[in-house]
Ligand binder design. Structure first.
Ligand SMILES: NC(=O)c1ccc[n+]([C@@H]2O[C@H](COP(=O)([O-])OP(=O)(O)OC[C@H]3O[C@@H](n4cnc5c(N)ncnc54)[C@H](OP(=O)(O)O)[C@@H]3O)[C@@H](O)[C@H]2O)c1
Length: 317
């Protein structure tokens, strides 16, 4: 088979943690070609994707770019779509996701995979404010009505949140880990960088089997107490949990969030939703993704593989 007979998958948000995982898994399988959408063709991550064999296309994830997106999707057999982090009061996530899906349909893409989350507004009767969940669910609802074969993935909380956003700090000889969940609440977590790609590869390898399905991606189901105990065991460092799940706790450890009251409400709304209703709806099989990739990293394996010892890390943005 020549390289050009392989199905082509377009990835919107290709340099994101999810997107780069998808690109790498598809390319490494040697069964797919990849077209990577980015704002910056010459960013280190875009150059790395190009080196892996991806075709790089400059197209930002912004509203009003449907024509550019249709052109970018042309010729693709499949598309992986994600929406970037969008902080309130910005509210463009739902129309942005819908624009991506509409453009994929118009371009004649065969199957789309959208990275969604639960409809918190509907589940909680509007009592919890978590637009970055609900807006993705709205996009998923829109996609269900489109004339296109489709699947959804739903990622658990990212381990990387602790490296990027809720970073530990040293106090004396002890590393304090302020975590946005109650100490004994077990929540689903995952490494987006290694877990997303294998699942999306499985879907694009069997689009008919997964048409219409919503597939959670989970690496571990673990409480903050267990995360801290595991962290101590894996690193040999003395560490303690700190509460960052109440308004006071969150702002004590991350006072910079106070500049955006809506973002504070959104973080608290998301956490309260997860604790009171469960992060994933009960209908989902949380073991499925670990069946597809049995070596999906749990928290301990993640710590041992990455060697993370509590420092702040960024993933290139
Ligand atoms: N953190 C969690 O626990 C969690 C869990 C489940 C789902 N999610 C969802 O996952 C999504 C984020 O995924 P991720 O963490 O993989 O993304 P990420 O690593 O933060 O990357 C965002 C990507 O979006 C692209 N982008 C295009 N337009 C952008 C814009 N206007 N602003 C910012 N980025 C833009 C950037 O690529 P270029 O610079 O190359 O254009 C970048 O690669 C969010 O929607 C979030 O709600 C997060």
């Amino acid at each position: 088979m020549s390289a050009h007979e392989k199905p082509l998958i377009a990835i919107a948000g290709a340099t994101s943690k999810q997107g780069r995982s998808v690109a790498a898994a598809l390319l490494q399988s040697q069964r797919f070609r990849v077209r990577a959408f980015t704002r910056k063709k010459d960013s280190p991550e875009a150059l790395r994707l190009e080196k892996l064999g991806a075709e790089i296309v400059t197209v930002p994830l912004e509203l009003g770019l449907r024509k550019d997106l249709v052109a970018a999707f042309k010729g693709a057999d499949g598309a992986f779509l994600m929406t970037p982090p969008i902080a309130p009061p910005e509210t463009i996530e739902a129309p942005l996701g819908q624009q991506l899906a509409d453009a994929a349909v118009e371009a004649g893409v065969g199957h789309i995979v959208f990275s969604t989350l639960e409809n918190v507004d509907k589940i909680t009767g509007g009592t919890k404010y978590a637009p970055h969940f609900t807006d993705k669910a709205r996009v998923a609802g829109h996609i269900r009505g489109l004339p296109i074969s489709h699947s959804f993935v739903m990622l658990a909380f990212f381990y990387t949140n602790l490296l990027e956003y809720y970073v530990p700090r040293m106090e004396g000889d002890t590393l304090l880990l302020p975590i946005y969940l109650p100490e004994d609440f077990r929540a689903p977590f995952v490494d987006p960088l290694t877990a997303t790609g294998p699942v999306v590869l499985e879907i694009f390898s069997n689009p008919e089997r997964y048409n219409g399905k919503t597939l959670p991606i989970v690496g571990d189901i673990i409480s903050p107490r267990e995360m801290v105990e595991t962290f101590q065991r894996a690193t040999g460092l003395k560490a303690e949990y700190r509460n960052a799940f109440t308004r006071d706790g969150l702002l004590r450890y991350f006072p910079e969030f106070a500049a955006n009251e809506l973002l504070v409400r959104e973080i608290l709304g998301m956490v309260e939703y997860a604790v009171e209703y469960g992060y994933f709806g009960k209908e989902h099989d949380l073991e499925w993704s670990r069946g597809v990739k049995p070596d999906t990293l749990n928290w301990e394996q993640y710590l041992r593989k990455t060697g993370w010892r509590g420092d702040k890390q960024s993933f290139g943005f």
